[in-house]
Design a protein around this ligand. Structure first.
Ligand code: ZN
Length: 734
């Protein structure tokens, strides 16, 4: 990073282009604004505690990129998020409003209201190119976070880990690759420079903590390993940004929330509003930012957008936050209190919500049992002072109540009618729908043990050990039948256990309570299909798709219903609709490939599978299918190369191994084929087809004993194979 004094003078052409753009978009630059509009890079690292970074004093950190950025720029010692949840906190970062102002109160249930402007819209209006790359489900475009971005990449590849829900996360290496590809397209040579606003969101420090081995080498915990991995990937991104030496670039790195890591009895995040999950890093570097400085001013999530706009010379209007530019330059700004909340305990568990009011020194947590902490002497929030300091409690409570009363919540658009109804019933949406204090219900402090049991013995094992999960979840429901999230999780476990009727029962119960989310509706549709009730499945999925037009999953599930009904044209129609809302959707391209293959249209099938491979070059299933198309088109060498790639990317993929073995065997390479037949049989089901292939290939190589063994096993599995029986007889008694 360079400051603007050492930056080369802007070329006349670039400056003129910027001025012309500014005029064209009716945007006025402040007199003190930079001579050249800087590029702006906003990086949000999900679930990142400030105190796990070297620059924030953690001795065991492996975070050279972030530490280096802090030494080139300004680090805010205390930065605070407004919610311990991805969607509400990111909405604050992107709009400059607290959740009271932007109306996004939980993950997965709200769409950012149209009436709330995003910083990306401000940058775009000022002539910036804008792009966002996100890595986690709560920031998918259908929740409105794509507003203002020319390009918004929310592709989440299918994970190989059954413990994770498919498509919830993209790892930092892949997100960085995608962002770097976009950077290549910015300012191609010969075209006038257009500044860019780039937002990159990384998800890795979010549980489960499973960093690649190389990131685990010298760290103290799996969580630290995820942080180290993100830091290394961020390094790749920032090096490329800095290579554009002629262009000043402002970089701001922060997080949406931290992670409790067991503090206060909470494993992860989402329930409590302690600093374990609300204190985040906040590091700023670039032109005009002094190097190696530390600001004592408390930075808030809502200050991100006004600060970025200020450095770009753009006015931030109508935002609740303020620019921290003067603080970055060394001034100590007057303290501004921070509003924070989590409604997760209320919306997901049926308990009391939490609201917090925080000054630089104290924090009040409004709950059935109120809490007060002196953060200056008790940063761990271990000694509740509320009983001793009743007058301070009252004063801070008034501040909190004023904030909640004066900021009119935007009518947050719930993602579907049922969610809207439920939220309205809770008092969070609709005209005059400001929340009142305190809502009745269990104090989350008293319920955190249930949350921990749900996490450890429910959510993490619902797919891998469903029967175990079902037992624990049933016990939890007996203790507290109001915990909607437990019903939701048990439905997933029932589905994984192959008990669709039970899953349907739990999901219908959620529906009855007005709590069926769009994701739940998809699970319901899938289970109705599995239970052989296609008409009900169709009704649920069509309704969900209608209510969530940007959500591809109901259409993908609908396509699966059509496939089950052997209505391939109906399936193709559903897949085509997916591509209309999400052109990069790999599942839809794959599905269209399958339909084309059944129809015998090799040209189209090849095109569709090739598209999947283009989106993800390691997709073993698509590589295999493309290989099959090539075999059927008589292009064996290409097919063999594709099968090899599939096996390399997924060495235990039985199907890919078998295809490779078969293709080698039928192209005169029997000796090469045998080990792949053997690996296919070791990795997957021992089918007569695979055994016969192995037997024939061994026979060709003169291995009569081996061939006979394979044929015998094949006949044990399926005695009605006269050709195989004859081949075995032909071998005599080897
Ligand atoms: Zn998050």
């Amino acid at each position: 990073m360079r400051d603007r004094h050492s930056a080369p003078p802007p070329s006349g052409g670039a400056l003129l282009a910027v001025l012309a753009l500014a005029a064209a978009f009716g945007c006025s630059r402040e007199a003190a604004g930079p001579a050249v509009a800087p590029n702006v890079v906003l990086v949000t690292i999900d679930t990142l505690r400030a105190d796990r970074l070297g620059c924030y004093g953690y001795a065991r950190a492996v975070t050279p990129t972030l530490d280096g950025l802090a030494s080139r720029g300004v680090r805010f010692e205390t930065a605070v998020a407004h919610a311990p949840l991805t969607a509400p906190s990111h909405a604050s970062i992107l709009t400059g409003h607290t959740p009271l102002g932007h109306g996004v109160r939980d993950n997965g249930a709200y769409v950012l209201p149209e009436g709330v402007r995003t910083v990306a819209e401000d940058f775009r209006r000022a002539g910036y190119r804008t792009a966002g790359f996100v890595s986690g489900f709560p920031l998918k475009r259908r929740f409105g976070f794509d507003r203002g971005f020319d390009a918004y990449d929310d592709q989440l590849p299918r994970g190989k880990d059954a413990r994770r829900t498919a498509y919830v996360e993209r790892t930092a290496d892949r997100t960085t690759d995608a962002a770097l590809r976009w950077l290549e397209t910015v300012s191609p040579p010969g075209s006038p420079r257009k500044p860019f606003f780039l937002w990159v969101h990384y998800f890795d420090p979010h549980a489960p903590y499973e960093a690649p081995a190389q990131a685990m080498a010298s760290v103290a915990s799996p969580y630290d390993g995820e942080v180290a991995f993100v830091d290394a990937q961020l390094g790749r991104l920032l090096r490329r940004v800095e290579e554009k030496k002629s262009e000043p670039t402002l970089v701001l790195v922060t997080a949406d929330h931290g992670e409790s890591l067991g503090e206060h009895g909470e494993d992860t995040h989402g329930i409590f509003v302690y600093d374990s999950t609300l204190r985040v890093p906040f590091i700023l570097a670039g032109p005009g930012v002094p190097g190696g400085a530390v600001s004592p001013t408390v930075a808030r999530g809502i200050d991100v957008a006004p600060t970025l706009l200020d450095y770009a010379g753009l006015a931030a209007t109508g935002m609740e936050g303020r620019s921290l530019r003067r603080a970055a330059s060394g001034e100590t700004l007057p303290d501004e209190p921070v509003y924070a909340e989590s409604l997760h305990s209320q919306l997901q568990y049926g308990w009391a919500p939490l609201h917090a009011w925080r000054t630089a020194k104290h924090k009040l947590i409004e709950a059935p049992r109120v809490e007060l902490y002196d953060l200056a002497v008790d940063p761990g929030e271990a000694r509740d002072l509320s009983a001793r300091e009743a007058s301070r409690v009252e004063g801070m409570r008034r501040g909190l109540q004023r904030a909640m009363a004066t900021i009119t919540p935007n009518a947050a658009q719930a993602v579907d009618a049922e969610t809207a109804e439920r939220l309205a019933a809770l008092g969070y949406v609709g005209p005059g729908g400001s929340a009142t204090l305190p809502a009745p219900g269990r104090d989350p402090k008293d319920g955190i043990g249930l949350v921990t049991r749900l996490g450890r013995n429910g959510m993490t094992v619902a797919r891998t050990e469903p029967e175990k999960a079902i037992r624990e979840l049933t016990a939890l429901l007996a203790e507290d039948p109001g915990m909607l999230v437990v019903l939701r999780t048990r439905a997933v476990a029932y589905a994984a256990a192959g008990r669709p009727a039970d899953a349907i029962r739990d999901l219908r119960e959620l529906e009855k309570r007005g709590a069926l989310s769009a994701e739940d509706a998809v699970v319901l549709g899938d289970n109705l299909r599995l239970a052989g009730r296609p008409r009900e499945a169709t009704a649920v999925l069509e309704r969900t798709s209608r209510e969530n037009p940007k959500f591809a999953q109901p259409l993908l599930s609908l396509a699966a219903v059509r496939v089950q009904q052997e209505d391939m044209e109906g399936a193709a129609t559903a897949y085509a609709k997916v591509l209309a809302v999400d052109p990069d959707n790999a599942e839809a391209s794959r599905g269209l490939g399958d339909v084309a293959l059944i129809r015998g249209d090799l040209a189209e099938a090849g095109q569709r599978y090739a598209r999947v491979v283009e989106l993800d070059g390691t997709d073993a299933a698509a590589l295999s299918k493309l290989g099959v198309v090539r075999v059927r088109s008589g292009r064996a060498p290409e097919a063999i190369a594709l099968f090899r790639r599939a096996v390399e990317s997924d060495p235990k993929n039985a199907e890919a191994l078998l295809y490779l073995a078969g293709a080698l065997a039928s192209n005169g390479r029997a000796a090469e084929a045998v080990p792949y037949f053997e690996r296919a049989l070791a990795a997957g089901p021992r089918t007569p087809m695979a055994l016969n292939g192995l037997g024939l290939t061994r026979m060709e190589l003169g291995d009569r004993v081996g061939a006979a063994a394979a044929f015998r096993e094949s006949l044990r599995l399926d005695p009605k194979q006269p050709n195989v029986a004859e081949a075995l007889r032909g071998l005599g008694r080897p």
